[in-house]
Design a protein around this ligand. Structure first.
Ligand SMILES: Cc1cc2nc3c(=O)[nH]c(=O)nc-3n(C[C@H](O)[C@H](O)[C@H](O)COP(=O)(O)OP(=O)(O)OC[C@H]3O[C@@H](n4cnc5c(N)ncnc54)[C@H](O)[C@@H]3O)c2cc1C
Length: 563
């Protein structure tokens, strides 16, 4: 059973997120909050993106001959050197990416964008790129926030981007075993649209859900907003088909468990396009939830809230864990109470009367069978109450759920108003959680202050594990003259603090170019050598996504002639 995708969602605008018509403008209260918290008096000032026509783009380095060969493989319609496509594939969606493109720089755009329609076409494109010594970037939704789709040439004189959008079908569904195999270019909403009529969900909802693809999820080990319940993408994936320069590779097993040697699948999951192109993946799926229960509890501090999440994980029945489990620090909670309208303002007053003047708010959503989620919530409530939580009702969790995919639009407006906003993330054990939070937050604030302005950090926990949790930081400040340098300064300080705290350099955003310098601290020099050895086997000429994740092999030599 092969199901064609019928969901068409317009791609994001070149200068930001999604369809700007769907963006909700910042409220008057939001603007006032920026003025008072950041001391920015000129948030009305406009810093719009340049006109599309003014974006700088060099000529394609590809000659007629190689373009004809690519067209021979995928069809001329599916090989583009056209300006719009090259600009749209010139980077991902990190704040530095947006600052660059909004400033009119697409000079690093790929020389061509290829849209293959099958694994066979991907294989032949890779063979050609090896022969012509062209770098290759696999491109899913292009939502990388770590430089993962930067079309870097490395030592090669040309780079092509392989956009997977045409490969978006559900290939097979095994309802009894609860697995589904999809082509890798299928996007989040199309995955759900294919599964829903059959009574299933993938349960994977990163904030980038509307844009990101299954291949991107698997290649980056993404985590969704409900991953505490459903599991991260690397927990959900069972098998992958990968086209590599050395040939096709099937990894993983559809057997429920195996002891057949080391888990090769894990060398491909998280490989970020550096080994080959994932063309399909088999995933675990879950029955569609019949009911949802929402609840929010408030704690006297972030540390108290974190301890409550730990107790919920350790003392509660495993199946009672909420699917969504988020704890905001007191700064983020203050913003929620301030900007949430009269009901949340009343809630803050009530908590003040109960002795919580700077509360930390935790939101939970339980999903499951009819009648069952309310009981799970009740049992969890006992633990949260015993841990000092005050129940504030379901509304904050429902409000979060309604707006959970709209955050990225806000970043575009803030950049236009001259406000730098960026996110970074890590994860730490329960033992090190508080120290990591304090060290990274402090490093961000210090680096922001170096510019002379006021900086602001909000933090939340969004994924809870038996041994620890993720920590997600959002920082804001007035944009300095050199915004990319300002952002790089803060990111470097935060990354160094994460390494010093012995937390992970990335919990779910992946490595890309941005975190590659910290990989040796994460896995050691021998660990890097192991990854480089795998790459050497699958991509001996080093054409796959140079500059990302692991060092490019030394024998990758530049070609002299025009490709
Ligand atoms: C607004 C916003 C919100 C986000 N929220 C989350 C979140 O909640 N959770 C989370 O985990 N991440 C999040 N991200 C990061 C990003 O969405 C994820 O990393 C996502 O998994 C990337 O999917 P993609 O299809 O867009 O991949 P791309 O950005 O196209 O590619 C990412 C990396 O994967 C490689 N790749 C892509 N497709 C393939 C393939 N078929 N074969 C081999 N390699 C491939 C690329 O070469 C690149 O290295 C967010 C990003 C944005 C902009």
């Amino acid at each position: 059973m092969v199901t064609q995708n019928t969901v068409t969602i317009p791609r994001s605008v070149w200068y930001g997120w999604g369809d700007p018509a769907r963006a909700k403008p910042l409220s008057a209260a939001g603007l006032e909050y920026l003025r008072t918290t950041l001391g920015l008096q000129n948030v009305e000032a406009a810093h719009p993106p340049v006109d599309f026509e003014d974006i700088a783009l060099g000529p394609s380095a590809l000659g007629e001959a190689v373009l004809a060969e690519l067209s021979g493989i995928c069809g001329a319609r599916h090989v583009s050197t056209e300006r719009t496509e090259r600009i749209l594939h010139s980077g991902g969606k990190s704040t530095p990416d947006l600052l660059r493109i909004r400033g009119g720089d697409a000079l690093q755009a790929p020389d061509a964008v290829i849209f293959p329609g099958s694994a066979e076409e991907v294989r032949r494109v890779l063979e050609l790129c090896v022969a012509r010594r062209l770098a290759v970037v696999a491109f899913g939704g292009g939502t990388s926030v770590v430089g993962g789709v930067e079309p870097l040439r490395g030592p090669f004189s040309g780079v092509v981007t392989i956009d997977m959008r045409r490969m978006d079908r559900l290939l097979h569904l095994d309802a009894l075993s609860r697995t589904a195999t999809f082509e890798a270019g299928i996007r989040g909403p199309a995955i759900e649209a294919a599964l829903e009529p059959l009574g299933f969900t993938l349960g994977h909802f990163p904030q980038s859900h509307q844009e990101a693809t299954l291949g991107g999820y698997v290649a980056t080990r993404s985590a969704g907003q409900a991953s505490t319940g459903y599991g991260r993408s690397d927990n959900l994936v069972k098998a992958v088909h990968l086209e590599t320069p050395a040939g096709p590779l099937d990894v993983g097993s559809t057997a429920p468990g195996t002891a057949a040697g080391p888990k090769l699948l894990d060398t491909v999951v998280g490989s970020e396009g550096t080994l080959g192109v994932i063309t399909s993946a088999t995933m675990l799926i879950q029955p569609l939830p019949e009911s949802r229960s929402h609840g929010a509890w408030s704690f006297e501090s972030f540390a108290a809230g974190a301890a409550a999440l730990r107790r919920l994980r350790h003392e509660g029945v495993r199946g009672d864990m909420p699917h969504v489990c988020r704890l905001s620090d007191t700064d983020q909670s203050a913003a929620t109470f301030k900007l949430g309208g009269p009901k949340t303002a009343a809630m803050a007053r009530y908590l003040g009367l109960r002795g919580q003047r700077t509360p930390a708010l935790a939101l939970f959503v339980w999903e499951g069978a009819k009648g069952e989620t309310a009981a799970r919530k009740r049992r969890s409530a006992r633990i949260l109450r015993a841990a000092g939580g005050i129940y504030v009702g379901p509304l904050p969790a429902r409000a979060w759920e309604r707006g959970r995919f709209s955050g990225p639009y806000l970043r575009d407006e803030l950049l236009t108003r001259g406000v730098l906003v960026e996110t970074l993330e890590t994860a730490a054990t329960w033992t090190r959680l508080e120290a990591t939070y304090a060290a990274v937050r402090g490093a961000i604030l210090e680096a922001l202050a170096e510019g002379g302005g006021t900086g602001y950090v909000q933090t939340h926990i969004s994924h809870v594990y038996p041994d620890g949790a993720s920590i997600y930081f959002t920082f804001l400040a007035g944009l300095e003259q050199d915004g990319p340098a300002q952002n790089a300064r803060v990111k470097k300080a935060a990354s160094e603090a994460i390494v010093a705290a012995r937390a992970t350099i990335t919990h779910h955003h992946a490595v890309g170019t941005d975190h590659a310098p910290y990989m040796e601290a994460e896995i050691g020099a021998l660990g890097i050598a192991v990854l480089a050895g795998i790459k050497e086997t699958l991509d001996p000429s080093g054409i796959m996504n140079p500059g990302k994740l692991i060092p490019t092999p030394k024998n990758a030599s530049p070609t002299k002639e025009k490709p």
